[in-house]
Design a protein around this ligand. Structure first.
Ligand code: CA
Length: 368
């Protein structure tokens, strides 16, 4: 279809004029504002799956609360609780769903037991990176689907930060071929853990506080965690022989703010907008902080020399990718809403990947 350039330019001019008119109309603004009750004050609870002041992510929750208080001129006060302070970390979903707290922060893949489809909104093995996930969320229908999945639990989700590409994990065994995963006991939650089992490994769940000791004592042979910034702080370089890249299991984990839907919808419009703006800011800042700080820690790990930093071979990654697709298809087969989400995710990934061939991928291949 031919594009009518003149009409397009004309519409642009008309559009700009309309915006200018609206912003120059004080009457209109005043009417809108009278509808908002700015005298009613709110005090909300926010429960999180992270330890109290967990670097980057936990800190971002406190910034979120503080800035909402400032933007609303004190109309909204949010008290943030780390995991285990008000309720156990893995009860965040139920607490917000039931209204014991109005806001939660965590990651949707913790809630696979509530709905298997939830896992697609954090990260998918060999799935999209952070930038692509954000494109899917904000402009590709991802957020609408996420809201559909959470609606029956009375929850309203919003993207709440992204880890970027994670690391493949810490190993006390060399991984030279896919056979080396056989009998490997590895701390690996979520979809990645299911893929690990398909190549003969055993996925173990360890709480954050137990990973170091389990790895040191040989209870587990390997563990993935996040990326260098957090991993270094955990001290894994003191006890693991190898640190493998890339984090095929979590190529861009999207975190979440969840709101009790009824409480959110009862808020005046100004506070709803403030919440959305603060969540979007948090989404950008968390990813930016990860990206800014990971290399510094990675270089310390390399310089430390107790751990050897390695990259999985293309053959290993290709088999893991095959097994990942099998895993995702099995989940989709057993659950209609997962099938719908998987289909949408897959289609968006294919399309944005076709663009990446001419943009991100080409740039990285030729320019870096
Ligand atoms: Ca991880």
């Amino acid at each position: 279809m031919a594009i009518n350039r003149k009409q397009f330019l004309k519409n642009l001019t008309l559009g700009a004029g309309a915006v200018a008119m609206a912003s120059c109309n004080p009457e209109k603004g005043a009417i809108k504002n009278t509808a908002i009750d700015t005298t009613k004050k709110y005090t909300w609870k926010m429960v999180t799956t992270w330890p109290g002041n967990f670097p980057v992510i936990g800190e971002a929750c406190h910034i979120f609360a503080k800035e909402i208080n400032e933007m609303s001129a004190g109309q909204m006060t949010i008290k943030v609780y780390g995991g285990g302070e008000l309720i156990p970390a893995l009860e965040v979903f139920d607490a917000v769903s039931g209204g014991a707290a109005e806001i939660g922060h965590g990651a949707s893949y913790y809630w696979a037991g509530k709905s298997p489809a939830a896992q697609f909104f954090t990260s998918v093995p060999f799935g999209m990176n952070a930038q692509q996930v954000n494109a899917w969320m904000y402009y590709g229908g991802g957020l609408e689907l996420w809201r559909e999945v959470y609606a029956k639990f009375g929850l309203l989700p919003l993207p709440g930060g992204n880890t970027g590409v994670q690391m493949g994990g810490w190993f006390n065994r060399e991984i030279n071929t896919i056979e080396d995963f056989k009998g490997l006991k590895m701390r690996m939650p979520g979809l990645g853990g299911k893929v690990l089992e398909k190549v003969g490994g055993t996925a173990v769940l360890s709480a954050a506080s137990e990973i170091y000791t389990n790895l040191e004592r040989g209870v587990i042979d390997a563990s993935e965690w996040i990326g260098p910034h957090h991993d270094f702080a955990m001290g894994f370089q003191e006890i693991a022989k190898y640190y493998y890249a890339p984090g095929w299991q979590e190529p861009g984990s999207n975190l979440e703010f969840i709101f009790n839907k009824r409480a959110f919808e009862a808020l005046p419009k100004n506070l709803q907008t403030i919440m959305e703006v603060a969540a979007t800011k948090s989404n950008i800042l968390v990813l930016s902080e990860f990206e800014a700080k990971n290399n510094e820690a990675l270089q310390k790990i390399i310089a430390d020399k107790r751990t050897e930093v390695r990259i999985f071979s293309p053959e290993i990654l290709s088999t893991l990718k095959e097994k990942s697709i099998e895993t995702l298809e099995e989940i989709a087969k057993g659950d209609p809403i997962s099938a719908k989400v998987y289909e949408a995710y897959k289609t968006f990934q294919k399309n944005i990947g076709a663009w990446a061939v001419y943009s991100e991928k080409l740039y990285y291949d030729r320019m870096i």
